[in-house]
Design a protein around this ligand. Sequence first.
Ligand code: DX5
Ligand code: ZN
Length: 231
Amino acid sequence: MKNNSSPIKRKIQIAPSMLSSDFSTLRTEINKCNEAGVDVIHLDIMDGHFVPNITFGPIVVEAIRPYTNLPLDCHLMIENADKYIPFFAKAGADMISVHVEGAVHLHRTISLIKENNIKVGVALNPVTPLEYAFEVAEFVDFILLMSVNPGFGGQSFINTFIERCIRLRSFLDERESTCNVDIEVDGGIKTDNLEKVIGAGANIIVSGSGLFSGNFHSNVEYFKKIISNRQ
Ligand code: DX5
Ligand code: ZN
């Protein structure tokens, strides 16, 4: 069962967070993602209750859907996620993550996402005990480790992420046969810390301001260059 010597080689994926894009021209922003050859589109869903900010809901996900073949990754930062999961599924989400801090019956919520044939992720805030991730690992496709407090783009990376990510990756690799799980990192990722984050074992890299500030295409190219040096 244990196979430390040959952990699965995971593709390192770039996932722009649309929170930092220009909402007045969302279709153009999605096209930029298509053209730049990113891997995933990360959509931050905020309700003004679980986090202080409000963004958008399923109708925006549905509006984006026809304009990209990239997987739509809905990061739910909302209360009562169970109530809204079917709507995000219908809108065309390919991945949905829910926060442990906002879940009442987490296993039930995970099952609900799976029943909708959507990749399921569980998100942890920066100081939420990692044991939650250990408990859910066998039920999920990915674990989202927050490297900022959820709610806003453009915040500074919280360094404790690195040690947490190393611990989680090693836990997962030791259980490779039952836990085929990606680690997604979200918050404050820029060219100056990307290498460190990948080195710690994260393989779905969410970045908002790090990609959308300045020239999106050259930022993506720079990310890709750092990634290809690592692989
Ligand atoms: C924060 C969001 C992030 C955010 C990342 O709650 O989950 O996805 O947009 O933005 P940056 O990369 O600017 O920290
Ligand atoms: Zn996010």
